[in-house]
Design a protein around this ligand. Structure first.
Ligand SMILES: Nc1ncnc2c1ncn2[C@@H]1O[C@H](COP(=O)(O)OP(=O)(O)O)[C@@H](O)[C@H]1O
Ligand SMILES: [Mg+2]
Length: 159
């Protein structure tokens, strides 16, 4: 993520290349699902180790909205957002181009909630699928063991 502009809702820079999403609506739908136990109104793209990933718009998702666990304060969320953006910039500077990603803080009854938004990616391009298709590396020859000396062979012989 190289070009960025400030997010309208918070001071954290935002990637220009991720379409805007009404995250208030996404969060309201998530809250409803959490309270009712009914997630049928959500288009869930995946469950990560950290985030719940929701596709938006529901009928034909173009943006993946990654809901992070609630933060203890707005300051904590803003600090996380700044570090996250810095981290992506460092990756870019080192030649690892991350998926365009944009950090947003959303007001929620759950407290301070933040989302990372990204373009929806083809499932076939995601890491698990890439690994599933990959072939194992060809076996390498085992390192040759040093020639056995008479001392070794006599030690391994039964008394
Ligand atoms: N940009 C995306 N487009 C489509 N699906 C995604 C995207 N990001 C995440 N997912 C789906 O959500 C799952 C969890 O996402 P991941 O980034 O691994 O979350 P976490 O960082 O919380 O582990 C992925 O395995 C994938 O199925
Ligand atoms: Mg993951």
């Amino acid at each position: 993520m190289t070009s960025s502009r400030p997010c309208a809702a918070c001071s954290v820079p935002e990637a220009a290349s991720v379409p805007e999403v009404p995250l208030d609506e996404v969060e309201a739908a998530v809250r409803w699902a959490l309270e009712s136990g009914d997630d049928t109104a959500l288009r869930i793209l995946g469950y990560g180790e950290i985030s719940l990933v929701i596709g938006w718009p529901t009928e034909r998702p173009v943006v993946a909205c990654k809901r992070l666990p609630p933060f203890s304060s707005r300051f904590a969320a803003e600090t996380y957002g700044e570090r996250f953006t810095e981290y992506l910039d460092v990756l870019s500077a080192r030649g690892v181009e991350p998926v365009p990603s944009s950090f947003h803080i959303v007001a929620s009854e759950a407290g301070v909630v933040a989302y990372v938004t990204q373009p929806v990616l083809e499932a076939a391009t995601l890491g698990p699928e890439v690994l599933r298709r990959a072939r194992p590396d060809p076996p390498r020859a085992a390192p040759r063991s040093p020639p056995s000396s008479s001392a070794c062979s006599s030690r391994s012989s039964p008394p």
